[in-house]
Design a protein around this ligand. Structure first.
Ligand code: MOS
Length: 738
């Protein structure tokens, strides 16, 4: 596997290794379920085996015989104990408004129906399997086209505005080449390595929750809301998170149940969901359908883009991603029509997952561009170049910066695109058909209000405190680098505390906003410290100057607390942050401009001529995202993203039994993700870019940039290898054999 090492280029910081790397590989880094609490009881959930209907009774006789059993909570004793939560996507905290143990109704397969409490995990699990639940089952609707599914316009359900401009019919009529096709993306589950765990311990009326979280202040307020207690009685501890991908960004029903159980028993309670329980207790990426029409004139200028899409959600909640906000604005086009529909079925509520809107929505667009390019006899890169724009077409707003074509140029060069023979099925190596494909990626540059406290000691030690989160992304390291650079000390002198709701609040580690938002507030606090010491310019603090400053002040340390609000933020943004709510600003949501990071991805596939086995020997991506704080951690994020992109193209899909609306492959044996044998050369190119507008430091997020568009690049490569256009993901060999 060839990896191009990260090199520090213009507008990039040093490629520092992770400051928490040693703690992680030696096991010293505590994850939520590692925290020792005195004499805990263990909780295990009984979950529903039907997706729609009512519970008619429980038989606890066998469960009651299990040694060590302490209690079994059901709706019969718990009704009303959990208060109605506010939905995250509606400006609240919860990933679902379904309240398990509040009544006999069943909304989805795998819904929590009882909490079994015992002295050991084994006893709790054994008793849980002996609880007999009888139900009156009804026929559930599983997905698109299921009887009983109800469809509504996203515009009605959520107040989503479908972006549109011009006259789509006229635009299509004016085209010399058009594509009119349907595309589909599958259900997927995040499957972070670290399971969904919760440990709850009460001290009097104060609750401490150890739970992996992408938003500790949101979890604190969300749990308080569900328990009906003051938020300042709740503390969330989550210093390390073993992967999240969106699944730990909203409050699940489990936390309140564990807290109530701990209160009932008068002792701490530990809960660790099994891998399969995570599929229905947490959120997931819902399947999507698309009808895309794209037209271009003989010069390759787009004349029309129509993108209509359907997304699945649960019965009570209207979760949507609506990636047409991005696809409508990515290229110059005078006539754009979009419409998003929500389809309600008997499933758990979906949520954010790995570039939630762009992964499913760029897939049809970036495939259709490849199709139109072939019809026009144009290279697909050249077609994108002819429709590149510094102004988005819907509102005419300027991009703050856009290096899309620089990314194509550098990635094409690295990949050797010039050696491609354009005709499908024209490149072959023995039994292997070779296909080369490419696609654009982009991701909105959003930020949210953030706060931080920074302390500088006379001897040069620095402490940074902010309730941001490192999900494995490298945030500890990048944020420490920002403080070190602003205060002129080595990174090794910076200690940094994250992931604790007792710290000043920072926004959700989602939407790729952490580095830009939290670096901005840390820099602000550091600048205030420098001002106090009398070092006002951007020059680094010379140790002599620093010591002189401290002596002048007659203090041993200087401490500054700062608040940062991004461009476009409302004045109440900081108050909302303190209430556990992140108000993201940026992307296509601003009134005066549009902010995105861009990239270009190139894929080689080799497909066996007879078995149709699909291999991916090479993936090259070039990305530009403003100032790169740490090229090493950025490289890792983008490389991981490309691998997830291959996963989304070829491997990942949650299979469902359509009759029962149950997930089938809810385990790591059957839920396919790429392993080392699937991934060979993944090359990441960082393209220098300077953006003076996105924020004072010029940082764009890149955490979710890498895995967008990869699915289309793979599909385009598969077409190039075989002449077969597969428009339904994942692409597996049976689709090529059919
Ligand atoms: Mo990430 S899916 O924005 O939490």
């Amino acid at each position: 596997m060839a990896i191009i090492g990260p090199v520090q280029q213009k507008n990039m910081g040093p490629p520092h290794s992770r400051i928490d790397g040693r703690a992680k590989v030696t096991g010293a880094a505590p994850y939520a379920s590692d925290f020792a609490v005195g004499r805990p009881a263990y909780a295990y959930f009984v979950t529903s085996s039907i997706a729609r209907g009512r519970i008619t009774g429980f038989d606890m006789a066998a469960a009651g015989q299990v040694p060590g059993l302490l209690d079994i909570l059901t709706y019969e004793t718990m009704r009303g104990a959990v208060k109605k939560p506010t939905f995250f996507a509606g400006g609240g905290y919860a990933g679902t408004t379904i309240r398990p143990l509040d009544g006999p109704e069943i909304f989805h397969d795998g819904q929590i129906v009882a909490v079994v409490l015992a002295d050991s995990y084994e006893s709790a699990r054994e008793a849980a399997y002996k609880v007999k639940v009888t139900c009156q089952a009804e026929q559930p609707a599983a997905t698109f086209g299921s009887a009983g599914a109800t469809t509504e316009d996203a515009a009605d359900a959520k107040g989503h505005e479908d972006p549109a401009v011009g006259d789509i019919a006229a635009g299509l009529a004016a085209a010399s080449a058009t594509v009119d096709a349907d595309y589909a993306t599958p259900t997927q589950h995040h499957n972070p390595i670290e399971l969904f765990t919760t440990t709850c311990a009460w001290t009097g009326d104060k609750l401490t929750v150890y739970e992996p979280s992408q938003i500790v202040h949101g979890l604190k307020h969300g749990v308080a809301e569900q328990l009906g207690i003051p938020p300042d009685h709740v503390r969330i501890v989550s210093p390390f998170v073993g992967g999240a991908f969106g699944s730990k960004a909203s409050v699940t029903p489990r936390t309140a149940l564990a807290a109530i159980a701990a209160r009932c028993l008068g002792r701490p309670v530990k809960l660790v969901l099994t891998r399969e329980q995570g599929f229905s207790v947490a959120t997931y990426r819902a399947e999507t359908r698309h009808h895309l029409r794209l037209g271009a004139d003989a010069d390759g200028k787009f004349t029309a883009l129509s993108h209509e899409a359907w997304e699945v959600t649960s019965r009570p909640d209207s979760y949507l991603v609506a990636g047409t906000d991005t696809t409508a604005r990515l290229y110059a086009c005078p006539n754009v029509f979009t419409k998003v529909h929500l389809v309600h079925v008997d499933r758990n509520t979906p949520g954010f997952m790995r570039s939630p809107p762009e992964v499913p929505y760029l897939f049809p667009l970036e495939c259709a561009i490849d199709e139109v390019a072939e019809k026009l006899g144009l290279d697909p890169i050249e077609l994108r170049r002819r429709n590149d724009t510094m102004k988005e077409p819907i509102g005419g707003l300027p991009y703050t910066s856009r290096s899309l074509m620089e990314c194509f140029d550098q990635a094409a060069e690295s990949f050797g695109w010039a050696r491609r023979s354009a005709a499908p099925a024209s490149m072959r190596d023995g039994d292997w058909l070779i296909g080369w494909g490419c696609a654009s990626t982009c991701y909105p540059t959003a930020l949210a209000p953030a706060t931080a406290r920074v302390i500088l000691w006379k001897d040069g030690r620095v402490k940074v405190e902010t309730a941001a989160h490192d999900l494995g992304t490298g945030a500890y390291t990048a944020l420490a680098q920002v403080a070190a650079e602003r205060l002129g000390v080595p990174v090794g002198q910076v200690t940094i505390a994250l992931g604790d709701s007792d710290l000043p609040p920072s926004p959700v580690a989602g939407g790729s906003i952490t580095t830009a938002s939290v670096s901005s507030v840390i820099a602000k606090a550091c600048d205030a410290i420098r001002a106090k010491l009398g070092v006002n310019d951007s020059a680094l603090i010379d140790p002599g100057i620093r010591v002189a400053g401290f002596e002048r002040l007659g203090v041993a340390l200087v401490q500054e607390y700062a608040e940062f609000a991004p461009h476009g933020a409302k004045p109440e943004g900081i108050d909302k942050l303190y209430a556990g709510l992140s108000t993201l600003k940026g992307g296509a949501m601003l009134e005066d401009r549009i902010q995105y990071a861009f990239g270009a991805e190139f894929v080689e596939v080799r497909i066996h001529a007879r078995t149709r086995e699909i291999r991916v020997p090479r993936v090259h991506g070039a990305f530009a995202a403003g100032r790169i704080v740490n090229p090493k951690t950025a490289h890792s994020q983008l490389m991981g993203g490309l691998i997830w992109g291959v996963s989304s193209a070829l491997h990942e899909a949650t299979e469902m039994d359509l009759g029962t609306a149950r997930y089938i492959n809810d385990n790591f044996a059957d839920y396919l993700v790429p392993v080392n044998a699937d991934i060979e050369d993944v090359s990441v190119i960082l393209v220098p870019e300077r953006d003076t507008q996105v924020n004072p430091l010029g940082i764009k997020g890149l955490g979710e940039l890498g895995n967008v568009g990869t699915n289309a690049a793979v599909a385009n490569a598969v077409y190039h290898a075989t002449g077969r256009r597969i428009r339904e993901l994942p692409i597996r060999l049976e689709k090529l054999l059919a």
